[in-house]
Design a protein around this ligand. Structure first.
Ligand SMILES: [Zn+2]
Length: 178
C-alpha cells in the first residue's frame, strides 16, 4: 500500500469509529484533525498543547484521546517530570498506522474465514421478509416458515457467498502486502 492509501484508509476508519463510539459525526471529524495534526508535528504532544493547537476544550479532547487510545488509534506515552509528576503525551507516526492497518486487515479476514467455515459446514435459511437467518435444524423446527412473519424461508446460496467472501479475503491480503 502506498503511504497515501494507508493514510486515507486509516483516517476513514478513525473518523467512522469515533463517530460511531460517540454517535456524533463531529467527534469523527475531530479524530481526523487530531491524527493529521500529530502527524504534521511529528512529536509527542501533551493534551493541553494539542487542545490549544486544535482550538478545542482540553476536557473534551482528553476524552476523545482516551477513546482513540482504547481502540488502538493513537500512541500514549507517560513521561516522568519529577518524583511526583507525570506528563501524558500523544503521538502517531507512519509505522504506527501501518501496524494498525495490518492488524485490522488480519482481524477482518479471519472473521470472513469464520463465516466461510459456517457457510460450508451448514445449510442456512433466510427469511425474505425480515432477513433473519436460520440454521437447518431451526428452519426444520419452524416448518420452514419464519416464526415472526410466517414467510416461507429460502435457502442461502452458500457457494455464491463463499466465492464472494473468498475474493474479499484475497483482495485484503493483496492490499496488506503491497
Ligand atoms: Zn421473517
Amino acid at each position: 500500500m502506498s503511504e497515501d492509501v494507508e493514510l486515507s484508509l486509516f483516517l476513514e476508519y478513525a473518523r467512522r469509529r469515533l463517530a460511531f463510539e460517540y454517535d456524533d459525526e463531529e467527534v469523527g471529524e475531530l479524530a481526523v484533525r487530531i491524527i493529521r495534526t500529530l502527524l504534521e508535528r511529528g512529536e509527542a504532544i501533551p493534551d493541553e498543547n494539542l487542545a490549544l493547537i486544535l482550538g478545542v476544550s482540553a476536557v473534551e479532547l482528553r476524552r476523545v484521546l482516551h477513546t482513540m487510545h482504547k481502540v488502538g488509534l493513537i500512541r500514549l506515552t507517560r513521561e516522568t517530570l519529577d518524583q511526583y509528576r507525570y506528563e501524558y503525551k500523544w503521538s502517531i507516526d507512519r509505522e504506527f498506522i501501518r501496524k494498525f492497518l495490518i492488524q485490522h486487515l488480519e482481524k477482518v479476514s479471519s472473521k470472513l474465514t469464520q463465516r466461510i467455515e459456517i457457510l460450508s459446514s451448514t445449510t442456512i435459511y433466510v427469511c425474505p421478509t425480515c432477513y433473519r437467518g436460520y440454521m437447518l435444524d431451526e428452519a426444520y423446527e419452524y416448518d420452514f416458515k419464519c416464526p415472526r412473519d410466517d414467510t416461507e424461508l429460502v435457502q442461502v446460496n452458500a457457494s455464491l457467498e463463499i466465492t464472494l467472501l473468498a475474493n474479499i479475503i484475497k483482495n485484503l491480503k493483496v492490499e496488506g502486502k503491497q
